[in-house]
Design a protein around this ligand. Structure first.
Ligand SMILES: Nc1ncnc2c1ncn2[C@@H]1O[C@H](COP(=O)(O)OP(=O)(O)OP(=O)(O)O)[C@@H](O)[C@H]1O
Ligand SMILES: [Mg+2]
Length: 213
């Protein structure tokens, strides 16, 4: 099996608060992984370490060379939702995505429009992002994570603030993505999301990553 992300005996603490101690885990291609654990257990920190935003104190995070970027610790072809990204509050959703798309220049305006529709946002809307509702902001974050057809998605609480129809839409999208071979790591406090979507589940328990299945 192809392991695209591997954590090998990771230690991580913040000012004496030990979050991970000799934690190991392995994530294979084409699967959906649920990551669960109580508030403050370290789920978001785990995602930040995988993305290279923060470093473990000890241990190794191995990323498949195929996804390693030349000039950045952020892996290539990864799409992520972790915390709120830095949007330009006074601009529309489309303008914000366009700004982000201009960094890599691999997608067209049409593709931005399509992805907005896919997550349930109106691409024509001139509404400023600062006036977006919680659910709309969440959809924009999702759009940003998937718009470049990223192969590996790290989605930290992707269903936060979404209404029932949107939850169902985004669940379907994730299952479609799995069918085409994408890899998804997601966190959720909703057991139904985890049960329905995950092929495998890791629980943060006593500073380790316990694989439940
Ligand atoms: N940059 C940081 N500096 C100091 N402490 C931090 C930092 N980032 C996270 N922490 C602490 O690490 C712990 C784990 O945080 P994390 O955000 O990963 O939890 P979580 O499992 O995602 O929780 P939730 O379910 O609430 O999202 C918390 O106690 C948090 O305060
Ligand atoms: Mg979190």
């Amino acid at each position: 099996m192809l392991s695209i992300i591997q954590l090998d005996k990771i230690d991580k603490s913040f000012r004496g608060n030990l979050l991970f101690e000799q934690a190991s885990a392995s994530f294979e291609s084409g699967r959906i992984y649920g990551i669960i654990g109580h508030n403050g257990a370290g789920k978001s920190v785990l995602f930040k370490m995988i993305c290279g935003f923060i470093k473990p104190d000890r241990g190794l995070i191995h990323i498949d060379p195929k996804y390693r970027a030349k000039r950045s610790s952020f892996p290539r072809n990864f799409g992520v939702i972790i915390d709120r990204p830095g949007y330009i509050p006074g601009r529309s959703g489309f303008d914000n995505l366009k700004k982000l798309a201009d960094i890599q220049r691999i997608i067209t305006d049409k593709e931005i429009t399509d992805v907005m529709q896919r997550v349930g946002l109106d691409p024509e809307s001139k509404q400023k992002v600062k006036h977006y509702s919680l659910g709309m902001k969440q959809k924009l974050a999702l759009a940003q994570a998937i718009m470049e057809n990223q192969e590996v998605l790290l989605l930290d609480e992707p269903f936060n603030g979404l209404d029932q129809a949107s939850v169902s839409n985004i669940r379907d999208m994730m299952l479609e993505y799995k069918k085409v071979g994408k890899t998804i790591l997601l966190t959720s406090h909703n057991k139904e999301d985890i049960d329905l979507l995950s092929d495998h589940v890791y629980q943060i328990n006593q500073r380790k990553l316990d694989q439940l299945y």
